[in-house]
Design a protein around this ligand. Sequence first.
Ligand code: NAD
Length: 479
Amino acid sequence: MIESRMLIGGELVAAKSGEWIDSLNPATEEKIGRFPSAAKEDVDAAYVAAEAAQVKWAALSSGDRAHMLRNVAAGLRQRADEVLRVEVMDTGNTISKMKADVEHAAHAIEYFAGLATEIKGETVPASSDNLHITIREPYGVVGRIVPFNHPIKFAAHALAAPLMAGNSVIVKPPEQSSLSAGILAEICKQELPPGVVNIVTGYGRSAGDAIVRHSGIKRIAFTGSVPTGLAIQRSAAEIGVKCITLELGGKNPLIAYPDQDPEKIAEVAVQAMNFSWQGQSCGSASRLMLHESIYDAVMEKLLKRVASIKMGDPLDAGSQMGPLNSKAHYDRVCSMVQAGLDDGAKLLIGGKRPEGDAFKKGYWLQPTVFGNVTSEMRIAREEIFGPILSVFKWSDEAEAFRIANSTEYGLTASIWTNDIKTAMRAARTIKSGYIWINNNSAHYYGMPFGGFKNSGLGREEGSDELLSYTENKSIHIKL
Ligand code: NAD
């Protein structure tokens, strides 16, 4: 049984109220630990500590800050096995997939540490009798709120850019899976000055909202769903003028042209849907758009591949798919299976709890594929964030583009054709922020990631993200 603590002002603490939230293993519904349920008073304490620490932190050289960040990354690597086990039991994601997340958490920190000297301004020839310069200054205390699908990866990433830019940070992990954040808290306590990083666990409506509404926190970055992103914008606007960036959901198209090999498309469609993360990935290509000339051949092969996905204990290295993350999420995803049926889509495979004793408890849903999907159906428009793939058939390109752009989302898209002109035409027409041509799913640090339309505001994973944690100040020196 794990009992994790928050990090506030360099101390590992419980919530002032003494309240806790239980962590359940989604594969078995067994309690595996608990973590503090923070409220406004805890966030207020975190703010006081963060504000007190920030000025000294910002006064360090960027090289010194980078050095300490690298020590946090090294601490994560040292405890990688422990983090991995906790994370697998707490999220239900398979151990083979989660391994990469733990490494990614350390890598994200090192990436931003490596950008230490990129926090730079400009000289501008705005007049001949002044030297005009801009400098980049930190906001002060930054709030970051992260979702449940990659808890350690997002929590670690959340620290890196704000800290490198000279801010102190308050991070709120997801209430479904907060145990790995307890380990991150211990590492940060060891490697960083007190108050520079504060980790506050709890529910969104209490701990998250208290961060958003804190009058001292002007810069907030949120990763999560569109409805929560909208709620955060509304709450923040009631308090003051705030700079908010949003990394939100997706309903991402994978468009396959007639020149493609059906076997290859079947393979990449299964990968791109992220069944191996139970579809719980913002970049999942949950809308597969096949040209009519390859539709039947792809579908035959795709259904065989989906049928062969091995569900099982997430701690088992051979398991290819685990359960959904929580009961509430499971119920929502299952209701979307029913929505697909109600709208007249054809259930081709899955849609049920898998059979067998191992799946009697827990939030298990088979990988599911619907055919005959049209763009008005709910399963075509709404992000499900579960293992449900909707397949469309298209005959002309204009129709494919219309379907691809027909949702409120615009996060990623994956385009498959050997013709570079066709590929670039599609890439420029599709309103998404991150586009793969003849590839899918991969993220490349240095390339800005973020959404068009309701998928978000701002860009992460590159120097844009680092600079987004600074304010630009203009200084004019009379010569
Ligand atoms: P969510 O919006 O329910 O919750 C995300 C976080 O917000 C949690 O920590 C939660 O406690 C907090 N929260 C909830 N209500 C709040 C409020 N009123 N004020 C402040 N904080 C609040 O999202 P989720 O279910 O945890 O995650 C799934 C969603 O995240 C999906 O939509 C997915 O696409 C999206 N996501 C986006 C990206 C991206 O990079 N664009 C990455 C991962 C996940």
